[in-house]
Ligand binder design. Structure first.
Ligand SMILES: Nc1ncnc2c1ncn2[C@@H]1O[C@H](COP(=O)(O)OP(=O)(O)OP(=O)(O)O)[C@@H](O)[C@H]1O
Length: 224
């Protein structure tokens, strides 16, 4: 699904590289818990994977599921997501309009179910800027859910969320996994979302090491 070769990242005016990653590959069905100390480069790494940060040296290659298929779609969810001005529904309609026209009718139908899954149905007409932190995070995840990404990158998704919000986030993420998405969760603490992960990637001492975790709890993942 994705492979990384000789990825080097450094910042101007800093003597040491942030990280140098020789090789790592990510297969469909692998759900990654990304770990590392504060400042080790987890957010930067996710931004590189999602194309928000340009690659300085090395390569990140994405592979199509089959020849003729579309490029895998990647969504990155920041821990303080940006929301558009206007209602919750407007934020979602905006995302639906960004889809190819053939995908829009299904996304419009999915919208009601998504609002329910995210526990936002009662807030449909509320101005998004007035939402609480947990509601904002759920709305941002719901926007990603409507896009049906192949790869979902969640940057500290449970930070500052109460248990109920984490359960609602978990519902949306589980649904995406069941539809074939692979996830990466950056988190300092174990939580319901990290429990979905079967692979650990650790950024430390300027490089990345991969190891396996116990199989994700009772989750049947359909191969992408
Ligand atoms: N645009 C930038 N220019 C210069 N330095 C940057 C830039 N973006 C990030 N950094 C630095 O790169 C390092 C890694 O930052 P990053 O946010 O990726 O770490 P992190 O592992 O996600 O940290 P945390 O766990 O605290 O969220 C930090 O020292 C940060 O200050």
């Amino acid at each position: 699904m994705l492979s990384i070769e000789r990825l080097h990242q450094s910042w101007p005016d800093q003597a040491e590289a942030l990280f140098d990653i020789e090789h790592v590959s990510w297969s469909a069905g692998q759900h990654v818990w990304l770990q590392g100390a504060n400042g080790s480069g987890k957010t930067t790494f996710m931004r590189l994977l999602s194309g928000l940060e340009p690659v300085q040296q090395g390569r990140i290659d994405l592979f199509k599921k089959r020849s003729g298929a579309e490029e895998p779609r990647i969504c990155y969810l920041h821990q303080t997501p940006y929301l558009f001005a206007g209602s919750v529904e407007r934020n979602l309609q905006f995302v639906i309009r960004s889809l190819a026209s053939a995908q829009r009718p299904a996304a419009r139908v999915a919208l009601d179910l998504g609002l329910q899954l995210a526990g936002l149905e009662g807030l449909r007409h509320q101005d998004a800027v007035t939402l609480s932190g947990g509601e904002r995070q759920r709305l941002a995840l719901l926007r990603a859910w409507l896009l049906q990404p192949d790869i979902l990158l969640l940057d500290e998704p449970a930070a500052n969320l109460d248990d109920d919000s984490v359960v609602l986030m978990h519902r949306l993420v589980t649904d995406l996994i069941e539809k074939g998405a692979s996830i990466m969760v950056s988190s300092h603490q174990k939580n319901l979302l990290t429990k979905l992960c079967n692979t650990r990637w650790l950024i430390a001492s300027g490089t990345l090491t991969a190891s396996s975790l116990e199989a994700a709890a009772s989750l049947r993942c359909r191969p992408a």
